[in-house]
Design a binder for this molecule. Structure first.
Ligand SMILES: [Cu+2]
Length: 474
């Protein structure tokens, strides 16, 4: 055996089948950035279609048929997969898989994660889930086209959803393994003297995020298996009796409840919003503390707010379902809890703003992204309040107003927070600095155009433009 082969083996063991938390963090990071690019590309195609309906899509048009014109069903696929990829394959793996894995052990003084092999299993489960999701584009049926929410009965009847469900099962498994690992690491492996109230706020954000994942994902994993059974095994967990499609009665056993899926889906998907935003808040708090050159203002209130927010995020989910006819008692409950959950968010945002007071601030690239995060998340949060009120939501539901609202939270909100983290920790990871000039060239146009894209959506939505329409409803 040559020494060359031996060298190759050690490379694979070190960088591919690694159990080292830093390497796995980087694996998560690079894979997630790749998927962010994929999700972004899908969005560009959709935006082209909305701007120039029924004209050929440039560059990638040949992928959609002879004349390069996007068909409505392909538009539906792009929409469903844009959401799925951005959330489950892009932001969560970057926020939790990459930053959590790389930084939590370092910040609490642990030698590695508590379960290194589980950590590798988590990454590879994510990787396989990603491959399955991507491969669905190349099947005869095409990729999922029932929205990232996968509502039945459409999602059971429509083609392309089977691989989506199988992919989701892998992605959920990955998140469960990863979050158990982060929780155990923080509970068990803190260095002596690293008491709970000395944990960096970033670690608290990862801790609460992991609890959200580990408690909210199992119901959706079960629901995904049930929906898969509805598709492939003839069950009717989510299909009612007497369903008529295109004038014909659907031949299913029936007796199931489409609304049950919505409850199980949003029981995950509302906490999921905080899975996206809390790690970003944690990162932003680090960047702000460092670049204001003083400790965060109100550490205790930050910690209590994030824990309270974690609890509350489990009892607001049905604010996504006000127009399902669930009744005024339920609506009143969920709109009340939704108003209450805005309080800890405001506390966190206020503490971070007040931390800037009287500081001698360095306006470097990570700090610019972190500073932009604050008002962008603020706009995203505040525009959510009318949606959380049952009466206002009747008008705004499923309009572009909703799209504007949650993109402010996740795009110039969370993704700016993640960019801040990449710029901030890159020198610590590599020993090199990134270019400040290019960094600012990255920041300022991003800041400008993010608002240029999403601000008009509030106006469009208030004017009644409905989401998920191939030609914008013209
Ligand atoms: Cu919600």
């Amino acid at each position: 055996m040559s020494s060359n082969t031996h060298h190759d083996e050690s490379f694979y063991r070190k960088y591919i089948w690694s159990t080292d938390h830093k390497i796995i963090g980087l694996q998560y990071g690079f894979t997630a950035l790749f998927f962010l690019l994929v999700g972004f590309t899908l969005m560009m195609i959709m935006r082209w279609q909305l701007a120039y309906p029924e004209s050929p899509v440039p560059l990638v048009g040949s992928f959609f048929g002879e004349d390069g014109i996007l068909l409505p069903e392909i538009y539906n696929s792009l929409g469903a997969m844009h959401g799925t990829i951005m959330i489950f394959l892009g932001i969560v793996p970057l926020a939790v898989g990459a930053f959590g894995n790389y930084l939590v052990p370092l910040q609490i003084g642990a030698p590695d994660m508590a379960f290194p092999k589980l950590n590798a299993a988590s990454y590879w489960s994510y990787f396989v889930g990603g491959i399955i999701m991507m491969s669905s584009f190349f099947t005869a049926e095409g990729a999922a086209r029932s929205g990232w929410t996968s509502y039945p009965p459409l999602s059971v009847i429509e083609v392309g959803q089977t691989l989506w469900l199988i992919g989701m099962i892998f992605l959920i498994t990955s998140s469960l393994l990863g979050s158990i690992n982060i929780i155990t690491t923080i509970v068990q492996l803190r260095a002596p003297g690293m008491s709970w109230m000395r944990l960096p706020f970033f670690v608290w954000s990862q801790f609460v995020t992991s609890f959200l994942l580990v408690l909210a994902f199992p119901p959706l994993e079960a629901a995904a298996v049930l929906q898969l059974m509805d598709r492939v095994a003839g069950t009717s967990f989510f299909l009612p009796s007497g369903l008529v499609v295109s004038g014909e009665i659907l031949n299913v056993s029936g007796g199931g409840s489409p609304l049950l899926w919505q409850h199980l889906f949003w029981f995950l998907a509302h906490p999921e919003v905080y899975v996206l935003i809390l790690p970003a808040m944690g990162i932003v708090s680090e960047v702000i503390a460092n670049n204001t050159r003083k400790p965060l203002w109100g550490y205790k209130s930050l910690v209590f707010a994030v824990v309270f927010l974690g609890f509350m995020s489990f009892i607001v989910w049905a604010h996504h379902m006000f127009i399902t006819g669930m009744g005024t008692a339920m609506s009143a409950f969920f709109q009340t809890t939704t108003m209450i959950i805005s309080i800890p968010s405001v506390i966190i945002l206020s503490a971070l703003f007040i931390s800037l007071w009287g500081a001698s601030i360095r306006f470097n690239t990570p700090m610019l992204f972190a500073l932009a995060f604050l008002p962008m998340f603020g706009i995203g949060g505040l525009t959510g309040l009318p949606l959380g009120l049952a009466a206002a939501d009747i008008y705004l539901h499923d309009t572009y107003y909703v799209i504007g609202h949650f993109h402010y939270v996740v795009a110039p909100g969370t993704i700016f927070g993640l960019f801040a983290g990449i710029y901030y920790w890159y020198p610590k990871m590599t020993g090199r600095k990134m270019s400040e000039a290019i960094g600012k060239l990255h920041f300022w146009p991003s800041f400008l155009f993010m608002n240029g894209v999403f601000m008009p959506m509030f106006i469009q939505g208030l004017a009644g433009v409905s989401r998920r329409l191939w030609d914008g409803g013209l």
